[in-house]
Design a protein around this ligand. Structure first.
Ligand SMILES: Cc1ncc(COP(=O)(O)O)c(C=O)c1O
Length: 488
């Protein structure tokens, strides 16, 4: 057994074994980083599944080094690396070092955030960060509050639970309640309606304008229609940074509509929440201060490792809709500050430590500067691509996405029809994945296939991204010759 220190409980008597184990794991990681050649190796699901299936989980490896080698073979060797400038697919960010240090500490101590008697100072560190973020969103003292969550989907779910709770308090039956959100909002909104027992029809999709931002006239009409039909709008969800286009719904105009119809106003700023620390682009969130709740994902535009998110609320009284008291954990009469009273989770990670260490070492402005650099990069990329006749663009982003496709008008003898262009771009993406040199995402716009770059790497240069486009073009030219026969 070459590394016996991996095989027992963490304890003061063997804490040095932990540091040795971590040190070996870090050596493995750093050696891996030294040999990387692209953001992925591009395995297919079948190839990735086979060696995992073959592991006999009933028979442990007796050697820690062998276990690390196995993990390397099954995962690290073919992992997807978000720090690589050729990774430009989903909303994943490279992560900052102080947050990684926080991960190590918090998992070894295993602090749980549910009650004060499991967390002590951690409770107050989380509360300070929630209060600090809510203040940046412009929520007033002393009512503002919130809670860390596992991610944007959970933050949105909790926001809608609170909105539903407020409407129910006014005596409205659940089956008459509706949420209104733009056609380009994240799927977690409609899914939340289902999870909350309201049915998918309870999420009304509001059309967007030409820039893919919520059409406020259409919102007002939808709110009117609800009233005429005897339905009750329980929440309007604006998106501050849509997943595909990175655009921000008109927050002030939506706030006004919510005021007129007396509706809860939630802002899903899972993507755009990083603007709260951007000196140059904070104004893009103007109007957020008029909302009732906000989702902020630190694990997107704050460069934190997964998981790290928060739900912020204007009025802490609304959090009671998530409360439950148990004699064995958080009795109603307890005078302790128990975070579980505000949370959908019970046992919960001390994710706040990562953000705390980040702010205390790097500072908020540095995080904001990272976000600003990727926003600037996306603008530059859009401007360059708009001059290239074989690239079709959709709409400029206010954040850091670029939705585009390869559509050379001269491909084929008469050019390609739309179905063929869709098929061609699907194939380009598949080939890029298996080639492993770069990773892009895909989406559909009005049913038509597009590719998407999500730029969240402050170290990526314009040239890095133009190299990705060049790969798209080269593949487009090669594959384009074969596509028309197949697609038509
Ligand atoms: C606008 C928006 N809201 C919510 C989410 C969900 O966040 P999470 O993946 O952290 O659950 C996403 C994820 O991309 C998003 O883009």
């Amino acid at each position: 057994m070459s590394a016996p220190h991996l095989g027992h409980l963490f304890h003061p008597d063997n804490a040095r074994d932990y540091t040795r184990g971590i040190s070996e794991a870090l050596d493995l990681l750093v050696d891996k980083l030294d040999t990387l050649d692209g953001p992925t190796t591009g395995l297919s699901p079948e190839v990735a599944a086979k060696p995992v299936d073959e592991v006999d989980l009933d028979t442990p490896l007796t050697d820690g080094a062998a276990a690390l080698a196995e993990v390397s073979r099954l995962w690290l060797d073919d992992a997807v690396w978000f720090h690589d400038p050729s990774y430009a697919a989903h909303l994943n960010c490279p992560v900052v070092i102080p947050a990684l240090v926080g991960e190590l500490l918090m998992s070894a101590v295993n602090t749980s955030m549910d009650t004060f008697d499991q967390s002590v100072g951690a409770t107050f560190m989380e509360r300070r960060l929630v209060d600090w973020t809510a203040a940046r969103a412009g929520y007033p003292e002393p009512t503002r509050d919130g809670i860390f969550t596992s991610g944007g989907s959970q933050s949105n779910l909790q926001a809608l639970l609170l909105a539903r709770g407020e409407a129910e308090r006014r005596g409205v039956p659940v089956d008459r309640l509706r949420f209104l959100t733009s056609a380009d909002s994240h799927f977690s909104i409609a899914k939340s309606a289902r999870l909350l027992g309201m049915g998918e029809d309870a999420a009304i999709s509001v059309p967007t304008d030409a820039d893919h931002r919520m059409d406020v006239a259409a919102l007002r009409k939808a709110l009117d229609d609800c009233v005429v039909d005897g339905l009750v709008p329980a929440a309007v969800v604006a998106t501050a940074g849509t997943t595909d286009f990175g655009v921000i719904d008109p927050l002030h105009a939506i706030a006004e509509a919510c005021q007129d119809f007396n509706v809860w106003f939630h802002v899903d700023a899972a993507y755009g929440g990083g603007l709260l620390v951007s000196p140059r682009y904070r104004h893009l969130l103007d109007g957020i201060e008029r909302s009732d709740s906000v989702t902020v994902d630190y694990h997107k535009t704050w460069f934190q490792p997964v998981s790290s998110s928060a739900l912020l609320v204007r009025d802490r009284a609304s959090l009671q809709h998530a409360s439950w008291y148990a004699d064995y954990l958080n009795p109603r009469e307890s005078e302790n500050p128990n975070q579980v009273d505000k949370s959908l989770q019970t046992t919960r990670r001390f994710d706040a430590l990562k953000l705390w260490l980040t702010l205390r070492t790097m500072g908020a402005d540095q995080i904001g500067a990272y976000l600003e650099s990727v926003i600037d990069l996306a603008r530059e990329v859009y401007d360059v691509l708009s001059l290239q006749p074989d690239i079709e663009l959709v709409t400029p982003s206010q954040l850091s996405t670029v939705v585009f496709r390869y559509a050379d008008p001269h491909l084929g003898s008469t050019g390609l029809d739309d179905a063929a262009v869709c098929e061609l771009n699907r194939r380009i993406r598949a080939e890029m994945w298996s080639g492993g040199r770069s990773v892009v995402a895909a989406t559909k716009v009005d049913g038509r296939q597009f590719l998407k770059l999500t730029l969240l790497n402050p170290k990526a240069s314009l040239q890095d991204i133009l190299d990705i486009i060049e790969q798209v073009r080269t593949l487009g030219l090669t594959l384009g010759r074969a596509v028309p026969e197949v697609a038509r």
